[in-house]
Write a protein that binds this ligand. Structure first.
Ligand SMILES: Nc1nc2c([nH]c(=O)n2[C@H]2C[C@H](O)[C@@H](COP(=O)(O)OP(=O)(O)OP(=O)(O)O)O2)c(=O)[nH]1
Length: 140
């Protein structure tokens, strides 16, 4: 079965995490996810994530550490290999070009969103991390 390599960003601001809702007419429509997308040939995960955030929100980000392990989840259309990284915004447009909505959520509320299946183990891993201790290298 086809493996689709996907990267996502848990963008942090003021101890909140940005969560985004997929448009109704897309695969996994109306489900919540970490913004990001497919890694293209020749890209590192970090390069792909910066490109996707630029395309999706017209924003620049600093990428931090990976959250937990990469997750493999098999949907009807293929197996998604999802890797999620912490990120911080360097700009603040958050233009909605591919999502129907975004929300800033406190950690405790993350479980209330209707997540894409692949994201659930990542959310569990995130819940165990103290967000106050997440570090960003300004060159990241
Ligand atoms: N961006 C993102 N995609 C996720 C997450 N969880 C998850 O299962 N996915 C799936 C949804 C899609 O099948 C795939 C990511 O593809 P995508 O968002 O770049 O693209 P898409 O299939 O919606 O649309 P397209 O680029 O093919 O036009 O991974 C997540 O947290 N973030």
């Amino acid at each position: 079965m086809k493996i689709i390599n996907v990267v996502g960003a848990a963008i942090l601001k003021d101890n909140k995490i940005l969560v985004s809702k997929r448009k109704e007419d897309k695969i996994l429509g109306n489900l919540w996810e970490f913004p990001g997308g497919k890694v293209e040939i020749g890209e590192t995960p970090q390069m792909a994530l910066k490109r996707e955030i630029r395309e999706e929100f017209h924003d620049e980000v600093i990428i931090g550490n990976q959250i937990g392990e990469a997750v493999n989840f098999t949907y009807q259309f293929g197996t998604v290999n999802l890797t999620v990284f912490f990120a911080r915004l360097k700009s603040n447009n958050l233009d909605l070009t591919v999502h129907s909505k975004v929300k800033w959520s406190i950690k405790e509320d993350l479980i209330k969103f209707n997540w894409a299946q692949a994201d659930k183990p990542v959310v569990d891993a995130l819940l165990k991390i103290d967000l106050q201790k997440v570090f960003f290298n300004e060159n990241g």
